[in-house]
Design a protein around this ligand. Structure first.
Ligand SMILES: O=C(O)CCC(=O)C(=O)O
Length: 269
């Protein structure tokens, strides 16, 4: 599918300097409706990598499920036919795009559980300069309902941080230092946050430090369909004690990601 318009040079420049770009209106209501319906189905029928991320919350629910597209043709259609892969290809100015995985991150009303400060890349067995997340809103999302907050330019700090598992902070055992104590040093950083309407997305760099609050609304849901993508020069980097992938790809350490687990999606062949 071609895009409603190309990503502009200003948007590419914002992504390069800030680490994130906000894009409105690239996903039409059919994609949004399909994903809203599937979100509600998956909440009732979680897949094998699903997690409840707010286990002690009396009211709300913070739900994650990953690798949906390998298990369900509707998501597969999105991965291969929606504008997502071309958007991230243009944003990263990459010549090819692999899907890494897709994910629902759903914060139901009255969910206090925040998303802790972290960056994405150290959770995954891949490395390279061109890895992004496309976070697609399926509801109106504001600061009150748990929009992400990004530390501007932190993808350029050159430091890899310890991945903190959202359920159990001791789960991933890796040698990296912890993420700086952002909340107690807020005056040292600049922050970026966006509001979203259904169908709006942000694309953020895999090394950009970010977090999100809980969903403080008593009525407004916060459903997001999140896809993780790799562009040029990204390779397999298996490491122990990090996030579980659906299966181990049949490629060597240091090889390009191209595999059944992480196929090339764009350009379409
Ligand atoms: O949706 C959230 O609360 C956090 C999302 C996030 O951290 C990510 O997609 O990388």
């Amino acid at each position: 599918m071609s895009l409603i318009r190309n990503i502009t040079n200003a948007e590419i420049a914002a992504f390069k300097t800030d680490g994130v770009v906000h894009l409105k209106g690239f996903f039409d209501p059919e994609w949004v409706t399909m994903l809203q319906e599937r979100a509600d189905f998956v909440l009732r029928n979680p897949g094998k990598l699903a997690n409840e991320l707010a286990q002690d919350a009396p009211d709300g629910r913070f739900f994650s499920d990953t690798f949906l597209w390998h298990q369900n043709d509707g998501f597969k259609e999105f991965i291969y036919r929606s504008p997502a892969a071309e958007i991230v290809g243009q944003v990263m100015e990459s010549t090819k795009i692999n899907i890494v995985f897709d994910q629902f991150l759903i914060k139901e009303p009255s969910t206090d559980e925040p998303t802790v400060w972290h960056h994405d890349l150290t959770y995954w067995p891949i490395k390279g300069p061109n890895v992004v997340t496309l976070w697609l809103a399926l509801d109106d999302v504001t600061e009150e309902t748990g929009s992400m907050e990004f530390v501007k330019g932190s993808h350029l700090w050159g430091e890899r941080y310890h991945p903190v598992a959202f359920v159990d902070p001791t789960k991933y055992d890796t040698p990296e230092p912890p993420v700086p104590d952002i909340d107690n040093r807020r005056d040292e950083f600049e922050f970026i946050r966006f509001d979203y309407e259904p169908g709006d997305c942000t694309v953020h760099h895999g090394m950009l430090v970010h977090a999100a609050g809980g969903n403080r609304s008593a009525t407004q849901r916060r459903r997001a369909y999140v896809t993780r993508w790799a562009g040029d020069e990204v390779v397999y980097d298996p490491r122990p004690n990090i996030q579980t992938m659906l299966w181990e790809p049949a490629i060597d350490a240091g090889a390009p990601l191209d595999s059944d687990l992480w196929p090339v999606v764009w350009p379409a062949n």
